[in-house]
Design a protein around this ligand. Structure first.
Ligand code: PLP
Length: 302
């Protein structure tokens, strides 16, 4: 147990890589992943994901050439914040071959694992084979799916004895700092929170579909692929005429708050990340307002 996922991330980077080591981050990537390794004297190497008509994929060739001769830690975020992708087993197996060949490791952030929509399946990376179990440390928590991050209880999952033995020698303070209410809430979530989670997923599922029809009606120029997991929508405003900072424009003009896509890496420029975990009526209101400001004549690009 550790208080939170990002604290666990720090512990893993600190104890399972050497100072100066590289941390490979497929981008777009969760914002703190860019900065946290730097504060521990590690190097962050952003490797842009490849986008095609099917969605985003890791650039395994580029990851392999970064790892060549150097190894390091590859960050896997599955389901993926911000793009909502749930990796297929075959994709994870392909990643594992590259990682193993270069004697590298995977730090697998699976905090969004319970939030996967029907038609998709979360495959825990470390569960795939002895190889993935041998080079992976997994971090998760009930924080996202049951909305209890503030209670401070996340979990690091070790899948080989060597890594667990190392953890046993450094774990006292991180475990000491875990929130006691968080322990109780986490236990309740994992053991008895299935029905509640089912309702949450059904609601977010309806919202991700509702967003498709709202965009069609109010903002057809905005690109959107329904997320496979998470409660995050990754919206492509690149052809909307709002320039490189659409979230700023939407906050100022439509009073709708989204995250600026460029914060998730240069590939996110012109995108915004919208949190779908809100009442449907609010989503309707947000999209109506966005549609209204997009329809207004503008004499500038943001
Ligand atoms: C992928 C991912 N990892 C980690 C976190 C942060 O989790 P915690 O608050 O437990 O550190 C978030 C939340 O935004 C997240 O989306």
């Amino acid at each position: 147990m550790v208080p939170d996922v990002l604290g666990g991330f720090m512990q893993v980077v600190e104890h399972y890589s050497k100072p100066g080591a590289q941390v490979i981050l497929p981008t777009p990537g969760h914002k703190p992943f860019f900065k946290l390794p730097l504060s521990l004297g590690r190097r962050v190497v952003a490797v842009p994901m490849l986008a095609d008509g099917e969605g985003w994929k890791m650039d395994l060739e580029a990851i392999a050439s970064c790892l060549e001769g150097e190894g390091g830690i590859v960050i896997l975020c599955n389901p993926h914040n911000p793009i909502g992708k749930v990796y297929l087993k075959d994709e994870l197996v392909a990643l594992s071959k590259v990682v193993e060949k270069h004697h590298a490791r995977v730090l697998s952030d699976e905090v969004h694992a319970p939030l996967v929509f029907s038609g998709h399946r979360h495959v825990p990376y470390a569960s795939i084979s002895d190889i993935t179990a041998g080079h992976t440390v997994t971090i998760t928590s009930a924080g996202k799916a049951w909305n209890i991050s503030g209670l401070k209880c996340a979990q690091i999952i070790f899948s080989n004895k060597k890594d667990l033995d190392l953890w046993d020698s450094v774990c006292f303070m991180p475990e000491h700092n875990v929130g006691r209410l968080g322990l109780v809430a986490t236990r309740a979530a994992y053991l008895e929170g299935g029905p509640w989670l089912g309702e949450v997923i059904a609601y977010c599922d309806a919202n991700r579909k509702l967003l498709t029809s709202l965009l069609r009606g109010h903002a057809p120029c905005v690109g959107y692929r329904e997320p496979q997991g998470t409660y995050l929508a990754w919206l492509d405003f690149r052809t909307s005429g709002l320039g490189d900072a659409p979230a700023k424009f939407l906050a100022e003009q439509a009073h709708v708050a989204c995250e600026e896509g460029s914060q998730f890496g240069p590939e996110g420029t012109g995108f915004v990340r919208l949190n779908l975990a809100m009442p449907s009526a609010l989503l309707v209101e947000a999209m109506t307002r966005i549609g209204r400001v997009l329809a207004k004549p503008r004499n500038h690009t943001a």
